[in-house]
Design a protein around this ligand. Structure first.
Ligand SMILES: [Zn+2]
Ligand SMILES: [Zn+2]
Ligand SMILES: [Zn+2]
Length: 109
């Protein structure tokens, strides 16, 4: 029980930190762009499956997340340097932006 409370406390502390002072310039200036596409543009070419989708904020590509087998959004960053993605989740309250370059997450609630 004590461990559990401590865990929640540290989690909360970390979230507040990344939400505010440690945002990178990319995320501070971000105006999130959505995608009307509900599939990974790379996975469909090879008939693969994905878990969640990310939308590249530089070129609008819709690609799969790191929980997916192919990690196309991460590969896209490595190949193009496009570092900011926004989640494309069905629930609006769970949306977030992620910067690959600076490894910073911002909630978009
Ligand atoms: Zn950044
Ligand atoms: Zn994919
Ligand atoms: Zn891109």
């Amino acid at each position: 029980m004590i461990y559990f409370l401590f865990h929640i406390f540290t989690e909360t502390k970390r979230n507040i930190k990344t939400m505010d002072t440690e945002l990178c310039e990319h995320l501070k200036q971000l105006k999130p762009k959505k995608s009307g596409i509900d599939y990974c543009e790379e996975c469909v070419k090879t008939n693969d499956k994905w878990v969640h989708l990310r939308v590249c904020q530089d070129c609008g590509a819709t690609l799969c997340c790191d929980s997916s087998k192919n990690k196309h959004a991460s590969k896209h960053f490595e190949e193009t340097g496009h570092s900011v993605v926004v989640s494309n989740l069905p629930k609006p309250w769970s949306q977030f932006a992620w910067c690959y370059e600076h490894k910073v997450k911002k909630s978009l609630r």
